[in-house]
Ligand binder design. Structure first.
Ligand SMILES: [Zn+2]
Length: 392
């Protein structure tokens, strides 16, 4: 029996996905080539039934930010002549604030119709247990990669949540000011509306500037997770679980707002109601953790794993103190957000750097050279230990 979890085997996938195929924007041909590669690997492992769940997606989360900000600018033009227009404008701005708040993995891009959309897909392979199935475990790894973003640079990332929250607040306060102005005609409300409008313009300019970078190779984010799940797929072929059916879900368009995870739940939400979900994110670093609290992308969008999943991962952490995988609160937004908001279980295994943040997050430095093979192997072995524990 060969050891499918060795870093040498896992690194082959990283070099193929992040090196040869390269940046994989949601809905672009490179993301599709990543799926073709995953199919090839699975087929070589005799996984003959790989299902494709197609869906449409924007290719960047920039629309999720930019559309509500742009709509808020438009809403201020509605009320130039009448109070009714001001009230309508206020309602439109508040609705925009709501959609912005909901667009980071919570909903499937509420204003998606205002964005150009492309074809993406989630791939699913199922690994039956050796004996009668008693539970289902879904492993999640996204295939797409994000852009190089100035707001995620080592100097600016500490302001990230503050910036997005300020953008959200500027839209909401502009909406409230429009409504007060419409109702009372007050000069104070008018002044406040204009000030908040400048904040909306500034937020939009920052959001647009943040879109100007190239897409990144995504060696850690998230070729590392795909490699990890492909390694587990190989290991499961040699050593199937006894009572746990494992779904390997390679999701598309996570970086555009977790659309691939939503597509999975749309198609199989009923069957997966009691399933366990393990999401892998950026596990190509020396240090690996399970996330105990996720900030999401603003100060108003935090979420946590469910208590049962947390107990599961804590148990495995105690069983394997030598791996040093511990719980951490982290600045991160990922597919557990989509799971939790829809009432599913979910826990995330993630890597982090010496400063405690996700390493090379949305930077061009997220490349094959900077990936840590030993960390990737550790994450994969820890995930394997989690599978073993759940199957007991
Ligand atoms: Zn990611």
């Amino acid at each position: 029996m060969t050891d499918a979890l060795l870093s040498d085997a896992l690194m082959l996938h990283i070099r193929k996905l992040a090196g040869e195929i390269g940046p994989r924007p949601a809905g672009h041909p490179a993301e599709m080539r990543a799926r073709q590669y995953i199919r090839q690997v699975l087929s070589a492992l005799d996984y003959d039934e790989v299902e494709t769940l197609p869906f449409l997606t924007p290719d960047t989360w920039g629309y999720a930010l930019g559309n509500p900000l742009a709509l808020t600018l438009v809403s201020n033009l509605l009320g130039t002549r009448s109070r009714v227009g001001r009230l309508l404008g206020g309602a439109m701005a508040l609705a925009s604030a709501y959609t912005l708040w909901r667009s980071t993995c919570v909903d499937k891009q509420p204003l998606a119709a205002l964005s150009p959309r492309r074809q993406s897909a989630t791939l699913i392979a199922r690994v039956p247990p050796a004996e009668e199935p008693r539970r289902t475990l879904v492993l999640l790894a996204h295939t797409d990669s994000n852009k190089h973003r100035p707001s995620f640079s080592p100097q600016l990332k500490k302001y990230l949540l503050g910036l997005t929250t300020a953008g959200l607040a500027s839209i909401a306060s502009n909406g409230v000011a429009q409504i007060i102005e419409g109702l009372s005609g007050s000069q104070g409300a008018r002044k406040f509306r204009r000030a908040s409008l400048w904040a909306v313009v500034a937020s939009l300019l920052i959001a647009l500037y943040d879109e100007t970078g190239p897409y990144v190779p995504g060696a850690s984010d998230n070729a590392s997770a795909v490699a990890c799940v492909l390694g587990l797929a190989a290991q499961l072929r040699q050593q199937p679980l006894r009572h746990t059916e494992v779904w390997l879900a390679f999701t598309g368009a996570e970086e555009a707002g977790c659309l691939g995870a939503h597509a999975l739940l749309d198609a199989y939400g009923d069957r997966l109601r009691d399933a366990w979900f393990l999401d892998l994110e950026m596990v190509g670093t020396t240090e690996i953790a399970y996330v105990t609290r996720h900030t999401g992308f603003s100060l108003l969008s935090a979420y946590r794993p469910d208590a049962e999943s947390l107990a599961w991962v804590e148990r495995v952490s105690h069983q394997h103190p030598e791996m040093g995988v511990r719980g951490r609160d982290m600045v991160i937004g990922e597919e557990v957000g989509a799971l939790r908001v829809r009432g599913y279980r979910g826990v995330c295994l993630s890597g982090f750097g010496t400063d405690g943040w996700l390493e090379n997050w949305h930077q061009t430095s997220d490349n094959v050279e900077n990936l840590v093979p030993a960390g990737l192997e550790k994450a994969t072995r820890f995930a394997w230990a989690m599978l073993q524990d759940l199957d007991k």
